[in-house]
Design a protein around this ligand. Structure first.
Ligand code: ATP
Length: 297
């Protein structure tokens, strides 16, 4: 996995830079030294199985969780000590928003809008209507999905430079989801907004993300979406050849007949590892979803 981890360079003012971030709970380590840099205008889709640590990583990125070691920096500032000007450039939507539950959506927008210099009140109003939220209903009485929609609208209306969304798709029906993805692509393309969103829906990544990050067993594998199909493949080796399988590979599966499937990565010169040329070996293309299943399955 090391070979595909993008090395951290000194992007001090990158919208988001995470360096050797480690965190655990009483049941063990969840993040084991995560490195990640997001450049302006990139859209990164973060995927990982339930409990892989996506929300933990995101909370550390936005300064809501103090990691055991390492740090996240936003626009060059430590996530745990953001200035008001950087806070105004950041929008974060948690999986289960709870703040300001006693206000209505409209009251919440009127209140928070004052903190954002580029607040787009007409966008907020239009989206509330399009996404079927009553502006005068108290937030605490909305369903979890409706509540997250309000927060997504709040985040988009603030016209952030960095937008971080924790599983936004969970709250949206397919029409609203497509609408959100369109907004994300538009803002990244036209306004240079940098976006990070976690999801379980691989097709959403394929639609808008420029980069993908797999979180698995505390480590992050980050790569460009359009590179992945070229860069990775599934190698199948017959039982008689498995002894020659490369040891340092992603996602290895032993089949009942003794044959072996494993994910291989192209070497620096573009060729597949030697094992791909063993007698009886077969190399199959891998889509993003297959790659995720092979690595995390
Ligand atoms: N406050 C906490 N105290 C103890 N353990 C926690 C806490 N928060 C998360 N965990 C554990 O850390 C692990 C990672 O949780 P996290 O919510 O970050 O995963 P996730 O990838 O976002 O999961 P999901 O896809 O299900 O939302 C899980 O095993 C979870 O039980």
């Amino acid at each position: 996995m090391n070979a595909v981890l993008r090395s951290i360079t000194d992007h001090d003012a990158a919208p988001l830079a995470v360096h050797k971030l480690t965190h655990g709970y009483e049941d063990g380590l969840v993040l084991a030294g995560i490195d990640l840099t997001l450049l302006q205008g990139s859209v990164l889709g973060l995927i990982g199985r339930n409990g892989a640590g996506k929300s933990t990583l995101i909370r550390a990125m936005v300064g809501l969780l103090k990691p055991d070691s390492g740090e996240a920096r936003l626009f060059g500032e430590p996530a745990l000590k953001l200035s008001d000007s950087v806070k105004a450039r950041l929008a974060y939507v948690p999986q289960q928003p709870e703040a300001l539950a006693w206000l209505t959506a409209q009251q919440m927008f009127d209140y928070v809008g004052r903190f954002y210099p580029s607040w787009d009140a007409s966008f907020a109003k239009t989206k509330l209507r399009e996404w079927g939220i009553l502006p005068n209903k108290v937030l605490g009485k909305l369903s979890p999905g409706e509540r997250q929609r309000v927060d997504l609208i709040r985040a988009l209306a603030s016209q952030p430079s960095l937008l971080i969304l924790d599983e936004p798709a969970a709250a949206l029906d397919p029409v609203a989801r497509r609408d959100l993805l369109r907004e994300i692509a538009l803002r990244a393309g036209e306004a240079g907004t940098t976006v990070l969103f976690s999801t379980h829906i691989v097709s959403d990544l394929e639609r808008v993300a420029s980069d993908i990050a797999f979180l698995h067993e505390g480590k992050l594998l980050q790569c460009a979406v359009d590179e992945t199909k070229e860069r990775f493949a599934r190698l199948w080796l017959p039982a008689s050849m498995t002894a020659a399988a490369p040891s340092n590979t992603l996602g290895k599966t032993r089949h009942a007949d003794g044959s072996l499937s494993l994910v291989i990565e192209r070497r620096a010169d573009g060729s597949w590892p030697e094992a791909a040329r063993l007698p009886g070996a077969r190399v199959d293309a891998l889509g993003l979803e297959d790659l995720f299943v092979e690595i995390a399955g």
